[in-house]
Design a binder for this molecule. Structure first.
Ligand code: ADP
Ligand code: GLC
Length: 484
């Protein structure tokens, strides 16, 4: 099939979180399965044109926005194996330091930046004479595309045959802006009603995608259910419910070329399910990195964006309590994000300096060392559409301790000591006492080496590759292209 994949971030060009991993791995996996895949991204300042061998192609691109047009350049690279990658360059919008914000403060023209990007991608498809069967969009930043296809381009001979699909990675970010953005979109007041893009007096770009896309996907089956309830879908829950016939969940995968303890060049010692000596050495290296002593004490790791979603504040309360009751446990984290979470963690570390290791910022190499060197990996998320690190942890024989929500619930099976089944530990409620009990349970299991080894073995046998994910998307693409 001819697939156009549009996203606001993709590894290795620009990354703030799991969307970038997804937008790198899924297009690659689809291309490997024989599809023609075109990937579109903004040309942010961080996308190094020389390093990625980008060339300017086509003619200058005229993109309608507001009361006029603005010009862009289209850059092309074949850097990503099998995937035709295009960047929309417009430095006024994308030639900046952060992708969406500067030092945590969102750019005040984000509506304009991404409305423009959506329109530019459609104009680029036309200019480059791409004939898409599927146009696959992701999150609010690209959710205007289905709306534009149904309005400005409804009579376009090529585009009207394409099916649009929107993957929702996080309902916590919806792109809600004032009514004036209708002007930027060059759309009439007619659409500004609760059945379409209006949302409590504002325009909701994610909602524009939900209403207008031919099909909706979220990144796990559980999350597809959860967002139909107010706790997870917020004010959009009724819209998810209304459109649930076109909504499904497809779990993300693991890039085993990148996250594999047998071949990982980021870790100091390699290992496999058959020989865990390297894992023990990685644990020592991890403790050295953080300046923690006492090799034999179990260690819990965490790699996270520091936001409310990830429940790190709940974890801080739990650790505070746990460290008083349980002397034999240590904890390490690498994280970047909100300062209030850093401050609270630093206060805890001041109380237990020889048992907690922190590194604030983004550090890919350290993330791999944490996956390899930890005994347990904790994800206390308030919600987690898919989550990737719990699956990376399984590959490294590091046992996940997770809240049973979204993709965490779909990928982690509770360990049963009698039956010796399961690959991790999970708890139901968003509550530091439940997390405390679950960690203590995990630490009890850790003390029995035979049972713990069985659990590690179970974890390392788990497989969910991007090819598995791509197969499910492929089936969906086939089904929706047959619908009229
Ligand atoms: P989300 O996209 O919600 O942040 P995911 O679990 O889908 O969560 O993906 C997070 C990705 O970002 C993983 O690849 C993880 O290793 C990476 N990551 C998050 N924070 C950091 C950090 N501070 N340093 C290195 N990698 C990080
Ligand atoms: C979002 C979600 C995360 C998911 C990622 C990629 O950032 O928070 O759970 O894994 O998107 O789909």
């Amino acid at each position: 099939m001819n697939i156009v994949f549009i996203t606001s971030e993709a590894y290795p060009f620009a990354k703030t979180g799991g969307l970038a991993d997804y937008s790198y791995s899924l297009p690659k996996a689809l291309a490997k399965r024989g599809h023609t895949v075109h990937l579109f991204l903004p040309r942010y300042y961080c996308v190094d044109k020389q390093k990625f061998d980008c060339t300017l192609i086509g003619k200058p691109l005229a993109v309608p926005i507001g009361s006029g047009i603005r010009w862009s350049g289209i850059y092309y690279t074949s850097y990503l194996e099998g995937v035709h990658t295009y960047f929309i360059e417009h430095d006024d919008y994308y030639g900046r330091y952060g992708l969406y914000d500067y030092n945590g403060v969102s750019y005040n023209d984000n509506a304009e930046r991404f409305i423009y990007f959506c329109r530019a991608c459609i104009e680029a498809i036309k200019q480059l004479a791409i004939v898409p069967e599927i146009i696959h969009c992701n999150d609010w930043q690209t959710a205007c595309i289905p709306l534009f296809l149904n309005t400005h381009y409804a009579n376009d001979y090529v585009l009207k045959k394409a099916k649009s699909i929107l993957t929702i990675h996080n309902v916590g970010y919806q792109g809600v802006f004032g009514k004036e953005v209708l002007g930027l979109m060059q759309l009439s007041e007619e659409l500004f009603n609760p059945e379409n893009i209006e949302f409590f007096g504002n325009v909701n770009l994610l909602k524009a995608g939900l209403v207008n896309a031919d099909n909706l996907v979220t990144v796990s089956k559980k999350y597809a259910q959860e967002i139909q309830e107010t706790e997870y879908g917020y004010d959009l829950a009724p819209i998810f419910k209304k459109y649930n016939q076109k909504l499904s969940g497809i779990l993300n995968g693991v890039d085993y070329e990148h996250w594999n303890p047998e071949t990982d060049d980021f870790i100091p010692y390699k290992y496999s399910i058959h020989n865990l000596t390297g894992k023990r050495k990685c644990k020592k290296a991890l403790k050295n990195f953080y300046g923690l002593k006492n090799e034999n004490v179990p260690i819990i790791g965490c790699i996270s964006r520091l936001t409310y979603q990830k429940g790190i504040d709940i974890l801080i309360n739990t650790l505070d309590w746990l460290f008083f009751d349980e002397k034999e446990v240590q904890f390490v984290i690498v994280g970047s994000g909100e300062q209030w979470i850093v401050d609270r963690f630093e206060a805890l570390r001041a109380m237990f300096p020889d048992r907690i290791g922190v590194w604030w910022g983004y550090n890919e190499k350290l993330a791999h060392l944490i996956e390899a060197g930890s005994d347990f990996y904790v994800m206390p998320s308030r919600y987690e559409p898919s989550g990737l690190n719990q699956m990376y942890s399984l590959a490294y024989g590091t046992i996940p301790i997770v809240r049973a929500t979204g993709g965490l619930d779909d990928s982690i099976e509770q360990f049963d000591e009698k039956l010796k089944t399961g690959n991790g530990f999970k708890y139901k409620n968003n509550d530091s006492a439940e997390l405390y009990t679950t960690i203590r349970h995990a630490l009890r299991v850790y003390k029995n080496k035979v049972i713990m080894n069985k659990l590690i073995n179970n974890a390392m046998l788990f497989k969910r590759s991007w090819d598995d994910t791509a197969k499910e998307y492929e089936e969906l693409y086939n089904t929706i292209s047959q619908n009229n």
